[in-house]
Design a protein around this ligand. Sequence first.
Ligand code: SAH
Length: 352
Amino acid sequence: MKQDIKSMTPEELQAELSALGQPKFRSGQVFSWLHSGVTHFEDMTNLSRQLRQTLQERFFITAPTVARKQVSALDGTIKYLWRLGDGNCVESVVMRYHHGNTVCISSEVGCPMGCKFCASTIGGLVRRLEPSELLDQVLFSQLDSGLPISNIVLMGIGEPLDNFDNVMRFLELVNSPQGMNIGMRHISLSTCGLVDRIRELADRKLQLTLSVSLHAPDDAHRSAIMPVNRRWNVDTLLNCCREYFEKTGRRISFEYTMIRGVSDAPEQAELLAKKLSGMQAHVNMIPLNHVDETGLETSTPQAIRRFQTILEQHGVTATLRRTLGSDIDASCGQLRRNYEAAKEEAACRPGD
Ligand code: SAH
């Protein structure tokens, strides 16, 4: 069985290459090739022919293909549907902000968490992504779009903390100075609230931004839309967030989806402010994006304004997330496994 070479850390690669009798600097060369998007060993032209051959026999290089690419006519947001090596598909979104281009990547094929408002979870979890497949979304988004990527958000399909080890390894890879060299402060990771994993993450003391999907301040409403709340309820989660802040010194950002009649009552704003007091938290309000299957609706602009005002009156900073790529269904919660779309695309391409 060939090994996935792009999932290897610089140290692991070095160990493999020294076992092949190669000098120390060689692994740096191979790592740079891989992380600049080279997909064939034969193209690594500063390696001997024989070494390229040996690598080819022992390792494979992942390379997703573009199954579908949609560009928003409104704001230039690009949504990619990638076909992975085993035929599964995941989506990533490239957004153009003043502070730099940001890619939103998927962490799993499908999602096991079952949030009621989210399209990504409809078919359940198919499999977790490998470190190389996480990295490839950043790398190939940059190569295909020609837009230099400076920020990453782990907010696409899947629950990143459910794929903990591979996500940690990905962070090490994408952060590596010999690779894409994207700083931890330019990376955000969003979780639905896996408390045990947030504790593990805190121990690593990474400088990334942790976003926690809260969506309701009371257990009755949160459990109704997020099954994870039955395992770790609101207070348990918020206590864990306090510990996270104490350990890492990093302010947590809370995502709060505005769903009509579910999460947008003034009393909920009061309760939320009370529960977040003393936490230096930031609330990121997201008007619910439409997903046909859910039967849920977004809050009215008045309800959103009222909610935000109450939070601010209590000293909680709250911003309203701008919706990008709305004409191509590229917003939060709208990303899907979408293998049907990939099949259609493939069928339209003659000779493929
Ligand atoms: N599993 C992670 C990351 C993926 S979702 C998490 O739960 O945080 C990224 C964000 O989009 C989460 O806050 C999620 O709750 C939110 N989201 C999901 N569906 C949505 C929808 N239909 N409208 C608005 N936000 C949604």
